[in-house]
Structure formats: structure tokens, C-alpha cells
Design a protein around this ligand. Structure first.
Ligand SMILES: C[S@@+](CC[C@H](N)C(=O)[O-])C[C@H]1O[C@@H](n2cnc3c(N)ncnc32)[C@H](O)[C@@H]1O
Length: 418
């Protein structure tokens, strides 16, 4: 759901009259009616509680592959209102949503009622977790987290005057910023500049790994969700938020999916999301970079292969960049250039030499991860950490995924002594 600069304000089209919700009616039923009134087409799905995922959308009848399940026309979308034109697209949308949700003459509150509350973010998003837990974070989680915090600091700085003028606190803004972070879409109408928007009802859909989800299309006049396969009544429909690894899913969205490697080793530890994340990877920069000489670093920098190294649990292989980087340490220039250009070795296959080069640091990292895993697991039993159960479980799960991926890789390699 990548952001783009919004030109100006408002939900397009006439606003439906403000609905006075019946206090006894379920908020999701009220919101469903409100969405339809704004022009959202909803066919054979309804919101429901999904264990471990908050709310999601489930089918209420059989659905055939290729059938349209949802359509959100442009006029139903919520767009930035132009209040903070110089802020980032995310800050613009967050500030506008905050303004609309707190305005007396708006019916956005009906939508807001269906969103998570601030305390949900407090326990799910690492940026909200107690700082004392950070010493137990894998580097691969810390890095996107620091980047996210930089973005947030810039955004909150950019809306200072707007917050003061509307008597809003930075905490209010942070809530809407988190909502937008996990529930917004990019939309570009024909001939218009693209913008970051919120789409009612589609934002109930949970994420599924590539290959397990409905097809979501941005059309010139709206967003459409199409069934990727036949469904029977009562199944959850999912969408793919992007080919994200579990570090990114955790930092950005506050959840993780089983890693493929975990499935191989211990199904009980697969976690609540049972379809493995084939997009997961285990970041290796902190292992590989220190092994490269300055000359090799410069050489890799020139061809755009410095950084971004990873182990891929889905195939139990090193990514191409890692293979290139390690070969730069092992081969002559000619041999290395041949591999970079052709994706195979000039003469003898060097895969074993590459694995051998990494075995010692992989052992060390596996041991480090095992210690971190045990520390996190121990803390789960301590009284003083009783309010951080979810946080510790997420960390425990990620460390386990890292350990398992490395062990699976090393088990396959000759000369490994695990
Ligand atoms: C677009 S919202 C989806 C609706 C959301 N579940 C709710 O209760 O409102 C995205 C958020 O849903 C949750 N989520 C989405 N996919 C998930 C999954 N596969 N497992 C666990 N949580 C998920 C995360 O909290 C994420 O930030």
C-alpha cells in the first residue's frame, strides 16, 4: 500500500446523510450498512472475529473463482483533506482521519468504531513496546523499526501546528498514524495525481502469504476484490499486503506468519498463522558484511550488491546477492564477473565453497540466537513481564524462526558439525 502525495481534500461525491446508529445494533452491522450507503459493493462476505487476527472477512455463501466479492468506488474512499499539505502522504492522511473522526458533524465515527483501539497497537507494534525489550530484538527487526521511528518523528514534527490548533495530542496523532500505516491504499484515478487513501470495508481483510489470497485490483474508478478460487461458506478471505518478510510484517503490521523452516522442524511452533510465509527471509548483513575486505566491499558497491543479504527459508538457499558477495571473496575477478553475469560458475560449481565460508559465522549466529531465544523464553515466566506476554511471544517466535532456518541450512551442507 505505497504512499503518494495527495493534492487536495475530501471524500469525493456527495456525503451520505449522517446516520444516527442504533446503540443496540452491532457496530459492524451499522458500518456495513454505512459502507453500502457510500456505494461499496459487498457480496457474500461479512466481518467476523478471527482467532489471533482481530477481525477479518469471512464468506457467507459459496463463492466461485473469478467472482467479484467487493468493490469500493472512488467516491467511497477517504482522502486527505489538505490540512497539512507539506507533510508526508501518511501524515496527511492520518491528520485528516483524526480531524474527520473527531468532528461533530462527521459520520466517520461509524467507521472508526470498527478499528482496533490504541491499546491493541501498544501490544502489537514494536514501536510501542517497552524499550527494555529492545536488547532482545534481532538486528533484522531493529533496523526497520529505527527507520519507522525516524519517519514517525518527521511526521509528528510536520503536524505540530496542526495538532496545537485542533487541541490534539501527539498520542492522538500516533493512533491515527498507526491506523493509516496498517489500513491504507494507494489510489490513482485516471489523469489525476496518485494519493494515499482509506477504503471502507476492504480494510477488514487480513494478510495472507503469496499464493493464498484473493486478487485485489486497483481500477481507474475504485478497488476491486476478486475470488482467487472457489470458496465455501465460512472461509476467511485474505489479501496480500506485499511480499514482506516476517521482520517487516512485525514492525509495520504487528504480526508474523509461520516461517517455512519452522514447519519442517516443529509444527507446534508454527504459530496462529498456519500457512507458511514463503516471502520470509533471514537477514544476513550483520554476518556477511564484517567478512568482506574493503576492496571487495568497494567492488560490490560498484555493482549494487553491497548489502541486502539473506537466507531464504522457503528454498533453504542463500539469496543471489549473498552468493555474489561471498564469491567476491573466494574467486578471481574473471570467475566472479562470470558468475554475476550468468548466475552460474565459470568452471566448477562453487556452492560448497560458499557454504563452507559461511559455516563458522552461521554457527556463531545460531548460538547467539539460541541464547537470545532462551532469555526471552525465561522472561515469559517472570511476574514483572506478565504484561508483555504478546511481545515476548513474538520475539520468541522470531528467534526460533532464525535458529531453525540457519540449522536447516547448515544441516544440508557437507562438513557441518552442528
Ligand atoms: C487491514 S487490517 C485488517 C483487519 C484487522 N484484523 C482488524 O481487526 O481490524 C491489518 C491488521 O490486521 C492484523 N492482521 C492482518 N493480517 C494478519 C495475519 N495474517 N495474522 C495476524 N494479524 C493480522 C494486523 O494487526 C494488521 O495490522
Amino acid at each position: 500500500m505505497p504512499p503518494r502525495l495527495a493534492k487536495r481534500a475530501r471524500v469525493s461525491g456527495p456525503e451520505p446523510a449522517i446516520v444516527a446508529p442504533d446503540p443496540h445494533e452491532d457496530k459492524h452491522v451499522v458500518f456495513t450498512a454505512w459502507s453500502k450507503q457510500r456505494g461499496v459493493e459487498i457480496k457474500n462476505v461479512k466481518p467476523a472475529k478471527i482467532p489471533g487476527r482481530g477481525l477479518g472477512l469471512v464468506t457467507t455463501a459459496k463463492i466461485k473463482v473469478g467472482a467479484r466479492i467487493l468493490f469500493v468506488p472512488e467516491k467511497a474512499m477517504f482522502k486527505p483533506d489538505g490540512s497539512v499539505p507539506h507533510a508526508s502522504p501518511q501524515a496527511q492522511l492520518a491528520a485528516s482521519a483524526m480531524k474527520a473522526c473527531t468532528a461533530a458533524d462527521s459520520n466517520m465515527g461509524i467507521w472508526k468504531e470498527t478499528w482496533p483501539v490504541d491499546s491493541d497497537f501498544q501490544h502489537s507494534l514494536p514501536m510501542r513496546w517497552p524499550h527494555e525489550l529492545r536488547e532482545h530484538f534481532p538486528v533484522s527487526v531493529m533496523q526497520p523499526l529505527l527507520r519507522q521511528e525516524e519517519d514517525y518523528a518527521k511526521d509528528v514534527g510536520a503536524v505540530q501546528d496542526f495538532l496545537a490548533a485542533g487541541n490534539h495530542t501527539a498520542e492522538d496523532f500516533r493512533y491515527y498514524w498507526s491506523i493509516v500505516n496498517s489500513r491504507s491504499f494507494h489510489f490513482k484515478a485516471k489523469g489525476k495525481i496518485g494519493t494515499m487513501v482509506m477504503c471502507p470495508f476492504i480494510d477488514y481483510i487480513n494478510h495472507g502469504p503469496s499464493g493464498t489470497t484473493c486478487d485485489v485490483f486497483q481500477r481507474p474508478n475504485g478497488y476491486e476484490v476478486i475470488a482467487d478460487r472457489d470458496y465455501v461458506a465460512g472461509e476467511e478471505i485474505l489479501a496480500n499486503y506485499g511480499a514482506h518478510n516476517n521482520d517487516k510484517l512485525l514492525v509495520h503490521y504487528g504480526f508474523m506468519i509461520a516461517s517455512v523452516a519452522n514447519e519442517w522442524s516443529d509444527e507446534e511452533d508454527a504459530g496462529p498463522n498456519d500457512t507458511p510465509n514463503r516471502d520470509d527471509d533471514i537477514r544476513l548483513d550483520h554476518i556477511v558484511l564484517p567478512m568482506l575486505t574493503p576492496t571487495v566491499r568497494a567492488q560490490l558497491q560498484d555493482v549494487g550488491f553491497l548489502r541486502g543479504y539473506a537466507l531464504l527459508p522457503a528454498t533453504n538457499e542463500l539469496c543471489f546477492k549473498t552468493q555474489v558477495a561471498v564469491r567476491a571473496m573466494l574467486l578471481t575477478c574473471n570467475e566472479w564477473e562470470y558468475f554475476v553475469e550468468n548466475g552460474e560458475d565459470l568452471a566448477e560449481d562453487q556452492s560448497h565453497a560458499v557454504s563452507h565460508f559461511l559455516l563458522h559465522p552461521f554457527h556463531e549466529h545460531r548460538d547467539y540466537a539460541a541464547r537470545a531465544f532462551r532469555t526471552v523464553e525465561d522472561k515469559s515466566d517472570w511476574e514483572e513481564y506478565s504484561s508483555m506476554k504478546n511481545e515476548l511471544e513474538m520475539l520468541r517466535m522470531r528467534w526460533l524462526q532464525i535458529i531453525t532456518a540457519i540449522e536447516c541450512y547448515m544441516d544440508m551442507k557437507p562438513g557441518s558439525t552442528t
